[in-house]
Write a protein that binds this ligand. Sequence first.
Ligand SMILES: Cc1cc2nc3c(=O)[nH]c(=O)nc-3n(C[C@H](O)[C@H](O)[C@H](O)COP(=O)(O)OP(=O)(O)OC[C@H]3O[C@@H](n4cnc5c(N)ncnc54)[C@H](O)[C@@H]3O)c2cc1C
Length: 375
Amino acid sequence: MSGSSDVIVVGGGLIGCAIAFRLARMKISVTVFERGAPGCEASSAAAGMLAPQGETVAPDAFYQLCAASRDLYPDFVAEIEEMTGQPVNLRRDGTLMVAVSEDERLSLNNVFEGQTRAGLPLARLTVAEVRERAPLLSPRVAGGLLAPQDYWLDNEMLVRSLHAACLSCGVKFCSHIGVERFNVCKNRLDSIETGSSQRLGGGCYSAHTYVLACGAWSSEAAASLGVRLPVRPCRGQMMEFEVSSDFPVAVRSGHHYLVPRSGGRLIAGSTMEDAGFEKKVTAQGILSILDSVCRFAPFVKDLPFRRAWAGLRPDTNDHKPILGFGRFENLVYATGHFRNGILLAPITAQLISELISSGSCSLPLDEYSPARFSC
Ligand SMILES: Cc1cc2nc3c(=O)[nH]c(=O)nc-3n(C[C@H](O)[C@H](O)[C@H](O)COP(=O)(O)OP(=O)(O)OC[C@H]3O[C@@H](n4cnc5c(N)ncnc54)[C@H](O)[C@@H]3O)c2cc1C
């Protein structure tokens, strides 16, 4: 790495790259250390739903953070598309939530009541209206809701374009280089130490401020700080099928969903498994996804199968992200985004870049503070 940077970001997933991008747009120099390729882990494995309403029964403070990030998405994507000329395919057609069983119908009723009482836009659809929007769904679908502001996008395209946008505004990437140690001096970080690479060799690098954005591996990365960061992996398996005509809408039922992708692809997910760092696709995982999506979309069982993969969500004890300064005065945490890291990338980038550049930020971060875990 020639020259030093104002900020070193450790972890080049969507969260680390979005923060680097925002900082670079503020003319702050940034280097990202990523032990694989940028975006190669959970950020590429995800389904790409930007669905604050689909993840909530009744809106709370965390919903507000998610909705604020969703609202930043159109401008965030437009900025990246304009800089790179590469499309990201943000779809603002809304997301269908459907029920098959009586229990599911009752839980959709609760969602409808909780969200409409809070003034959120949500339409209750009859069976005929659901079928009009997604004619291939099962005749057993007993009704549904349409969340018009739950968007979706192709997160693999997003990570590629964001990486290109970062490069074009001067972010330096040290890819395929893992950070092995943080060196501490009193209550400050002094430097990071990397493993060796053909290009750079192992080395010691310093900056004014450091960002820890290592996703599911954040706890491992923080070990040399003497901090027990409560972030653990939650495995999610995914499948991709070929469709002859584009499926019209993202559909979910509970934690299972179908999300259209361009080029005649449809993805189905997902599992939520405590399997450590094993990123395996398992027969059990595939079976459980197929069982669940075929209840509301039986046509899936006849689709040509293309591929399956697994990724690791960064989960925390309260399933909320860890954002902001903690015990070390020049180290910011940006991790633990669990099921919502794609959705939360723009707001995380905005708040963390504000914190680094001015010491304060435009939304209160107390609920997400590392101090709640003594970090
Ligand atoms: C199956 C699945 C479906 C999902 N669907 C959605 C969805 O629809 N919507 C949504 O909002 N979210 C979804 N998520 C969650 C979302 O993917 C994550 O919350 C988000 O990607 C986390 O981003 P990140 O940058 O923190 O982590 P990651 O993308 O995992 O990036 C962390 C990076 O840090 C690097 N790293 C780790 N340790 C080191 C080190 N020591 N040195 C250097 N680099 C290091 C890793 O190589 C990795 O690239 C899903 C996740 C999964 C697995």
